[in-house]
Design a protein around this ligand. Structure first.
Ligand code: X8Z
Ligand code: ZN
Length: 604
């Protein structure tokens, strides 16, 4: 408490005659940074425990720790002092200005002027995360008490949707995967209000406005940017959607739907990526017999081959990487994540890795976050700026390495794909369009972004959520609910089933921006550093690529993301590289789509 008082003396200390604002800022920032690192470590430890040992006691501890953290970052004296120093921004060092701005943004999440609202928000978020993380899917009927005779996890759901050819089984499992929306809905109703109240208190237009502000953008600027992505990808998405729909119709022995395609046809709960449609590039058979441990090791090896250090021992000791072992009763969060526990070298990941291609790519994604943490945890980057150049950069690194890990020359060099297997380049491009990019943009930049924008910026009334969710899915993804009754059922909340809506709110557009940045970086690396075709290239073992990436990662958030991107690629944020990467596919798809319908495929 004494320290807090010192940080936020009511009379700004720089006002003393003859004091140098730079010196005052330095003293304030030093103190803030040392406290911030400690406070966030305590909160992270509590959140880690609550996500890996789901239960009432860890949930309570997470709430308490996050409330203490919020009381620090949103402290009124800190906000006052930060604003006072920022008023003298021309007299401060650029890095000091960035630090102060990041302090203010962080305070925007938890302003001390609304302590009851901030605390209620944290408690509800913690409660809801525990409901989500403790949820057991059920493919059969539940007992009267709601218990399930044969509980399933997220991996089980994903396997059926990827593999089953039986439409009635698919529908049952898809519907089972949406049941979780029911217990989450009332919590999101509460959080919609609380999140907006918190953000508006600090002058942001809404919670979506607060998340956009960290890119230096307003809500509407963010929406315009993302709409541009959708427009740029629309012709290719249209052709890909037609191609995929015909394949799926043949697979299930159904007529090709005239309009939007039923959601249960897709190999993913939200139709956000369409795996398993290109047999030539299906890697799953090559993972049979491999261990989950080897998958994570493969991912580490990609980074170390480029010159990054091996992961620190703490990563292996403290991460929670694999599904809960048979016989254990603990419940854990099912969605992959990476954690920077102490702002230093305590880095961890929470996953449920199995030996398949999905987890192979997800492991590369998560280690991208981990190597970002490790790279900027250095003396030149103060704890307040130990973040990505923006959040999309943080997502983009692992996405980039996932893209690189899917390239045939790499897979063959590493023996993951036998060298004798010949892959047609168009098939490889098609798989990547379906699994990583083209299918993903209308979901991320369209459905998720617009839903979260309307939820917060337009205070979308809860009774309209379900209808709007599916209207957006129809508009952007051309995906339909299995039946129209879903739209009007007041208990359902299909949007709530997407984990980010609950526990990473108002920022799913990060992944869409990350996808765009990924192709800009990839094109630069392939053509300028490796001098290889971006569709058939191999980063593995290339130290120059590692140095290029480290140059970005080591900076953390010390510089404006626009400058970082321009300096790295010579270009502003643009879909140009992504569109160019897939351009050859457009004509191919249009030709294929004119051919007679494909035959029903019986094999997996
Ligand atoms: O959530 C993730 C990562 C963790 S940051 C696994 N992703 C998005 C999703 O699963 O919806 C990666 C791509 C999109
Ligand atoms: Zn991520």
């Amino acid at each position: 408490m004494l320290l807090l008082l010192a940080l936020g003396a009511a009379t700004p200390v720089y006002a003393a005659a003859g004091t140098d604002p730079k010196e005052e800022a330095k003293a304030f920032l030093e103190l803030y940074n040392s406290l911030y690192a400690g406070q966030s470590t305590v909160a992270n430890e509590a959140s880690w425990a609550a996500s890996t040992q789901v239960g009432p006691s860890t949930e309570g501890a997470r709430t308490a720790a996050n409330q203490a953290y919020a009381a620090f970052v949103g402290d009124a004296a800190i906000i006052r002092q930060t604003r006072a120093l920022l008023a003298l921004r021309t007299e401060l060092l650029p890095l000091q200005v960035r630090e102060l701005e990041s302090i203010l943004l962080r305070a925007g999440d938890a302003p001390a002027t609304l302590p009851e609202v901030v605390n209620a928000r944290i408690a509800e978020e913690s409660r809801l995360a525990a409901v989500q993380d403790g949820y057991v899917f059920c493919f059969g009927p539940r007992g009267a008490d709601g218990a399930c005779a044969d509980g399933k996890d997220a991996n089980d759901v994903d396997h059926v949707l990827l593999e089953s050819r039986d439409l009635s089984e698919r529908l049952r499992v898809w519907e089972a995967s949406k049941e979780i929306g029911v217990p989450l809905k009332s919590g999101l109703v509460t959080l919609q209000k609380l999140r907006n109240q918190v953000a508006r208190e600090m002058g942001y237009s809404s919670f979506f406005g607060l998340t956009s502000a960290s890119y230096g953008m307003s809500s509407d600027e963010m929406i315009t940017l993302l709409d541009g992505f959708n427009t740029d990808m629309a012709p290719l998405y249209g052709a890909l959607h037609t191609w995929a729909t015909r394949q799926l119709a043949a697979r299930y022995g159904q007529p090709v739907p005239a309009g939007p395609v039923p959601a249960q046809w897709y190999p993913n709960r939200w139709a956000q990526e369409w795996s398993g449609l290109v047999t030539a590039t299906d890697l799953d058979p090559y993972f049979v017999g491999r261990t989950p441990e080897s998958i994570v090791k493969d991912a580490e090896s990609f980074y170390t081959s480029m010159g990054f250090e091996p992961l620190p021992p703490v990563f292996w000791e403290k991460s929670d990487l694999y599904p809960v072992a048979a016989g254990q009763t603990r419940l854990k969060n099912a969605h992959a994540s990476a954690w920077h526990m102490d702002m230093q070298k305590d880095v961890r990941s929470l996953m449920s890795v199995e030996a398949d291609s999905q987890w192979f790519f997800t492991s590369h994604h998560e280690l991208g976050h981990v190597y970002y943490y490790l790279s900027y945890a250095r003396p030149g980057v103060p704890p307040t700026l130990r973040e990505g150049a923006n959040r999309a950069f943080h997502e983009g690194v692992g996405e980039l390495i996932s893209l690189a890990a899917g390239q045939v020359p790499y897979l063959q060099q590493r023996g993951i794909l036998p060298a004798k297997v010949k892959i047609d380049p168009t098939q490889a491009m098609l798989a990547s369009a379906l699994e990583q990019t083209v299918a993903f943009i209308p979901w991320s930049a369209g459905v998720m972004t617009h839903f979260e924008y309307e939820l917060y910026e337009k205070d979308l009334p809860p009774e309209q959520w379900q209808a709007r969710w599916w209207a957006l899915a129809g508009q952007y993804q051309k995906v339909a609910p299995p039946d129209a009754a879903r739209l009007t059922d007041p208990n359902l909340c299909d949007a709530c089933t997407k984990t980010h809506i609950v526990d990473d709110p108002g920022q799913y557009y990060d992944y869409a921006i990350a996808t765009v940045i990924k192709y800009q970086l990839h094109e630069h690396i392939a053509t300028k550093i490796l001098k290889q075709d971006p569709h058939m290239c191999n980063y593995y073992g290339n130290k120059e690529v590692g140095a290029f990436l480290r140059g970005i990662l080591e900076q953390g958030a010390t510089r404006d993301w626009r400058e970082v991107l321009k300096e790295a690629t010579g270009e502003d944020l643009s879909t140009r590289a992504m569109v160019a990467y897939f351009a050859p596919l457009q004509g191919w798809l249009e030709k294929e789509n004119k051919k007679p319908l494909p035959k029903v495929s019986k094999s997996r």
